[in-house]
Design a protein around this ligand. Structure first.
Ligand code: TYC
Length: 107
């Protein structure tokens, strides 16, 4: 056994995890809604309530924000949840023949 082996536990491999770099929190993602000229306002309010758990007044506020400024935040989630909500909302919009678009943005 070499001196080095003795130092590291008799030749057994050791995995040293640095708690400062190995405990990073997973990133969060904004689900962004884009304005368009065709999706009805009531439909946007409805999807914000159904898919993003917003109250009627929250949903109306977010919809008007998107309508006036071009974009708005529906909510902030882990990547998997954000992607799933964006896809399900767009699929539902297509089923109803609306061009509503959503995107993810890393926080
Ligand atoms: N601009 C649309 C209208 O006037 C309403 C709308 C709001 C559409 C928000 C999309 O993400 C949107 N009917």
């Amino acid at each position: 056994m070499t001196d080095d082996d003795r130092k590291n536990g008799g030749g057994q491999s050791q995995l040293v995890l640095d708690s400062r770099t190995s405990t990073k929190k997973p990133s969060m993602y904004k689900v962004i809604m884009l304005n368009d000229d065709y999706t009805p306002m009531e439909f946007v309010v409805h999807v914000l309530q159904q898919f993003f758990g917003r109250s009627g007044s929250e949903a109306t506020k977010i919809m008007m924000n998107v309508h006036q400024r071009g974009v708005g935040v529906c909510g902030v989630y882990s990547f998997e949840v954000a992607e799933s909500k964006a896809q399900k909302t767009m699929q539902y919009a297509r089923q109803n023949e609306h061009p509503l678009q959503l995107q993810l943005e890393k926080e």
